[in-house]
Design a protein around this ligand. Structure first.
Ligand SMILES: Cc1cc2nc3c(=O)[nH]c(=O)nc-3n(C[C@H](O)[C@H](O)[C@H](O)COP(=O)(O)OP(=O)(O)OC[C@H]3O[C@@H](n4cnc5c(N)ncnc54)[C@H](O)[C@@H]3O)c2cc1C
Length: 441
């Protein structure tokens, strides 16, 4: 390995802080890899894989460390930290970029903004492109421009024998198919993503309407009524919290982020807000904002230095069906920053043939956050009990907010899952790479 490449053996003095540093979630699992390798180059990755093979170790992979379940931290074997593979090469002429897996969503957007181009990056600072792109990528403006993985043109990856390979529609096509949606089940180590860039929407911004907690029923009915017709350039969601970042008080905030060519277009696209239920306080007009500012506002719901348990469902249940369940979840809502989100998805774009294959009209997720370790049991029960109540209405989950080590659920169409497992067996016969949390924790 190159001299810059740091390694930490279990028992070494720096081992525990290196293990800790691989996860954003303070809720670090009691799982201990034998060796942690902080790769600085593709050559380090190749050597690490050869070492794993020689020792018959499995490999856990970490790019940005934003997996809520710290999926990459496994018992025994190798933990490969790719956070330093963070270069970006831009070509605005061909509207393409080549990015390392350790590049963070907000870093990529900051660079693209300077060149007036766009990529549907994640909604929060620090999300690593490695895990984000592999699991699908619900990015800013993804309803209009597609899942982030649909803009992956090709990947470079290291296989279980330590061989560097390329996958695209014309080369290792099965691996390319898997790279767009397999998430933590991808059987290889992606060292570069080749991305297609998009035109940057000239107008980006959002509008908020804030309601008391008692308005849940009215908001839910209204959101289910307008949802199907909300323009794909608008992200409509509501968040329920005991302390909204905007007011410091309990409430429900209806958020409409919009991406458009002109302010006139925004006015048309957000006209559905005129039918919103009464009861909101002052509703300020649409604010034009940079994507960085929108991202920062989102971060207020998901502060760092917290313990997290997160879980989610896709659903096409009606407002009538969901109301009693969501009301129960809201009644038991722990103190902020724990919160519940309801998001309008209604996918309208025809999807490519790829591993990503399960979505639905509405997305509901519970974000259990706490800072006092003694709150763990209560907040975890809030999430797990809520999910148990929602399960009868669920058609599956997003891998973005997966909690598979605690609760199994479908995250891909059945045929795609079968195809993925066939590909895994073919390209990783030595089972060098871990799979989903519930499959081989
Ligand atoms: C605060 C916050 C906000 C988020 N917002 C969004 C959002 O807006 N949209 C969205 O879609 N998701 C979002 N997520 C979820 C996030 O995209 C996923 O957790 C994703 O896996 C994070 O990628 P990462 O590289 O940071 O994670 P990591 O924890 O490093 O990786 C997650 C898993 O992906 C696999 N993996 C990672 N890198 C590679 C690689 N190079 N090669 C092979 N396998 C690899 C590994 O199995 C690993 O266990 C958010 C998460 C957080 C914590």
């Amino acid at each position: 390995m190159t001299p810059q490449c740091e390694t930490f053996r279990r028992g070494d003095s720096g081992y525990e802080s290196a293990r800790r540093a691989t996860c954003r979630n303070l809720h670090l699992p009691d799982r201990y890899p034998d060796l942690i390798v902080r790769a600085t180059s593709e050559a380090d990755v190749v050597e690490a894989v050869r070492m794993a093979k020689a020792n018959d170790w499995k490999i856990g992979i970490r790019s940005g460390g934003h997996s809520w379940t710290c999926n990459h931290v496994r018992d025994g074997g190798l933990l490969l930290d790719l956070s330093q593979l963070d270069t970006v090469t831009l070509d605005t002429e061909s509207m393409t970029a080549v990015v390392g897996p350790g590049v963070r969503s907000n870093e990529l957007d900051g660079l693209l903004a300077q060149h007036d181009v766009f990529f549907p990056v994640g909604h929060c600072e620090g999300v690593g492109l490695g895990g984000y792109l592999l699991q699908g990528g619900f990015g800013w403006n993804s309803r209009a421009v597609g899942m982030a993985c649909e803009s992956v043109l090709a990947i470079d990856y290291v296989d279980g024998d330590g061989v560097v390979r390329h996958a695209s529609p014309g080369e290792n096509a099965d691996v390319y198919w898997a790279a767009r949606g397999a998430g933590p089940g991808f059987p290889g180590i992606v060292t570069r993503f080749h991305l297609r860039l998009h035109r940057r929407p000239p107008v980006i911004g959002g509008r908020l309407a804030i309601y008391p907690l008692e308005s849940l029923e009215e908001i839910l009915h209204w959101a289910h009524t307008v949802g199907p017709d909300v323009a794909t350039s608008v992200e409509l969601m509501f968040v329920v919290s005991r302390r909204l970042p905007f007011t410091g008080a309990p409430g429900i905030v209806v958020i409409s982020a919009a991406f458009a060519d002109t302010l006139e277009q925004v006015e048309v696209d957000l006209s559905f807000l005129e039918t919103r239920p009464p009861g909101a306080g002052d509703v300020p007009p649409f604010r034009v904002m940079s994507l960085a500012a929108l991202t920062q506002e989102t971060m207020a719901f998901l502060p760092e230095e917290h313990f997290h348990v997160v879980d989610n469902v896709w659903t096409h249940a009606s407002a009538e069906q969901l109301l009693p369940v969501l009301q129960g979840i809201v009644d038991k809502l722990p103190p902020a920053p724990a919160h519940l989100i309801w998001m309008n998805w209604w996918p309208k774009l025809a999807r490519a043939d790829m591993a990503y294959s399960l979505e639905d009209q509405t997305y509901v997720a519970q974000y259990g956050l706490w800072s006092d370790p003694s709150d763990e049991a209560a907040v975890t029960s809030w999430v797990m009990d809520g999910m148990a109540e929602l399960a009868p209405y669920s058609t599956g989950i997003q891998l973005a907010d997966e909690n598979l080590a605690r609760r199994d659920a479908p995250f891909m169409a059945a045929a795609n899952r079968e195809r993925l497992e066939r590909i895994r067996t073919e390209v990783d016969p030595g089972l060098r790479f871990h799979s989903y949390g519930h499959a081989d924790a």
